[in-house]
Design a protein around this ligand. Structure first.
Ligand code: HSE
Length: 399
C-alpha cells in the first residue's frame, strides 16, 4: 500500500480522497493500492469522515518516510511551489491539478523530480478529467503534432452557450455561471482568458519540449462579446467559442487564445455547457478529438489519482513528464493566417472593402446601420494594419 498525503482539502483535494476511498478496489488492482495518511489544511473539518487524517503542519508529511506520493491540490504558486519542491527533493512524487504552478515552474519541478528518482505529474492541470497530457506524451508519441485547437475553459463555454441558447447578455450569463458555482467570485482568470492561456502554454511546452511563457501569448477573453455578436454568428449558421490554439509549423510555435466563429460542421460546435474539447491534428493520425469534463471535483480528482497510481507503480523511478527550462521562442503571431468576421458601419463599408479583401457573403439586418463581412484569409498583422486607420470598424471575430 502506497501512503499518500493530500495538500489542500478544498474541492479537488476532497475529491482526491473520495476517489481513492470509493474506488479502492479498482485502484488496488492497478497498483499496490493507495492509502491517504495525511490531509494538510489550515482548517479543521469536524464531522468529516477523514478528520483524523487532517494535519496543519507540513513537517509531519515531509518527515514521514512512509509517504511516497503527495497530491498537491492547494492551487497558487507560492506555498504550493515550496511544498512541491521540498517533497520532490525528499524523493516523494507529486501529482497536481495546479496549472499555475505547472505553467510557471513545470520545467524546474520535473527536473528536480528526475534528479531525485521520483515523478512530477500534472494530468489534471489541463482539461480536468480529459486525458490530454498522457495522450500527447504516450499515445501520440510517434506523431508529429501540428496543431492543438480547442475549448479549454468550462466557465466561458457555459457563458457563451447561455448567451447563444437563452439570449442572455454577457453579464447575466456570468451571474448564472456564478450561481451554479462554475465561475469564481472573481471570474477574471476565466473571462479574460488567463486560464485557457496557461493550459495551452502547458500543452505547447509539452509539444515543443521548451517552456512556453503564457504571458507572451496573444490573449483575448470573452467579456467584450455582445448579444449582437452571437446573433451574427447564428445568422451565419455558426457559434462563438473561446478557442485556445497552438500551431507548430516551419519550426515555429504560434499560440493564441481568442473568441472564434466556429462552423456548425466543426465538432467543437456541439460542445455545450461547461464541457471542454480539444482537436489535435497530427501528421499520421490526422485529426483526433478529446472531449469531457474540463473541471469539477471528481473529474479533476480522478486525473490526479490516475497520476498517483502511475507513481505508485514507479516508486524509486521517474516517470518523466515535462520540458526543458529553455524558453520556446514563439513565432510572430502577426504572421498567422486566418480569416475574420468584421462588423462595419454602413458609412465605412466602402473604405473597408477597399482596404480588406472580403468574400461575397454579407450579413445585413442584424443591427441597424451596419453590416457583417467575412474576409479572405490574411495574416493577423496584415488585417490589423488594414483596419488600423478605419473609423467604422465596430468589432471583429477570428475564424
Ligand atoms: N475555471 C476553470 C474552467 C476550471 O472553468 O474551466 C478548471 O481549470
Amino acid at each position: 500500500m502506497a501512503e499518500v498525503a493530500v495538500l489542500g482539502y478544498g474541492t479537488v483535494g476532497s475529491g482526491v480522497v473520495e476517489v481513492i476511498e470509493n474506488n479502492r478496489d479498482v485502484i488496488s488492482k492497478r497498483c499496490e493500492g493507495l492509502h491517504v495518511k495525511y490531509i494538510l489544511d489550515l482548517r479543521d473539518f469536524p464531522g468529516d469522515p477523514y478528520e483524523d487524517r487532517v494535519v496543519h503542519d507540513f513537517d509531519s508529511i515531509i518527515n514521514d518516510p512512509e509517504v511516497k506520493i503527495v497530491c498537491e491540490t492547494m492551487g497558487g504558486a507560492t506555498f504550493a511551489y515550496n511544498y512541491t519542491k521540498a517533497c520532490l527533493e525528499a524523493g516523494k512524487s507529486v501529482c497536481t491539478s495546479n496549472k499555475e504552478l505547472v505553467e510557471k515552474y513545470g520545467a524546474e519541478l520535473s527536473r528536480i523530480a528526475a534528479g531525485h528518482s521520483c515523478s512530477y505529474l500534472f494530468e489534471a492541470s489541463v482539461g480536468g478529467g480529459i486525458p490530454l497530457i498522457r495522450t500527447i506524451n504516450e499515445a501520440l508519441t510517434a506523431e508529429k503534432i501540428e496543431r492543438i485547437y480547442g475549448i479549454l475553459n468550462g466557465t466561458t463555454n457555459y457563458i457563451l452557450y447561455r448567451m447563444e441558447t437563452a439570449g442572455l447578455d454577457f453579464k447575466a450569463a456570468l451571474c448564472e455561471a456564478q450561481e451554479f458555482g462554475y465561475a469564481e467570485k472573481d471570474p477574471t482568470a476565466d473571462i479574460e482568458g488567463h486560464d485557457p492561456c496557461r493550459k495551452i502554454a502547458i500543452l505547447a511546452s509539452l509539444v515543443t519540449g521548451k517552456k512556453v511563457d503564457y504571458t507572451k501569448i496573444l490573449m483575448e477573453g470573452i467579456k467584450d462579446l455582445s448579444i449582437k455578436d452571437i446573433e451574427y454568428a447564428k445568422a451565419a449558421g455558426m457559434c462563438i467559442k473561446l478557442i485556445a490554439m497552438s500551431e507548430f509549423k516551419n519550426g515555429g510555435c504560434y499560440c493564441m487564445v481568442s473568441p472564434r466563429l466556429i462552423a456548425a460542421s466543426n465538432p467543437l460546435s456541439i460542445v455545450k455547457d461547461v464541457f471542454n474539447a480539444v482537436l489535435i491534428h497530427s501528421d499520421m493520425l490526422d485529426d483526433s478529438m478529446y472531449y469531457g469534463r474540463g473541471a469539477g471535483k471528481l473529474a479533476t480528482a480522478s486525473a490526479v489519482v490516475g497520476d498517483a497510481v502511475e507513481c505508485a507503480n514507479n516508486i524509486g523511478k521517474t516517470v518523466f513528464c515535462g520540458w526543458s527550462e529553455e524558453e520556446a521562442q514563439l513565432a510572430d503571431i502577426d504572421d498567422l493566417e486566418q480569416s475574420y468576421f468584421v462588423r462595419v458601419k454602413d458609412e465605412a463599408a466602402g473604405a473597408f472593402k477597399a482596404a480588406v479583401k472580403t468574400k461575397d457573403c454579407v450579413l445585413e439586418g442584424i443591427a441597424e446601420g451596419e453590416k457583417g463581412y467575412f474576409t479572405e484569409s490574411m495574416t493577423e498583422g496584415g488585417f490589423k494594419k488594414a483596419i488600423a486607420d478605419l473609423d467604422g470598424v465596430i468589432g471583429y471575430i477570428r475564424m
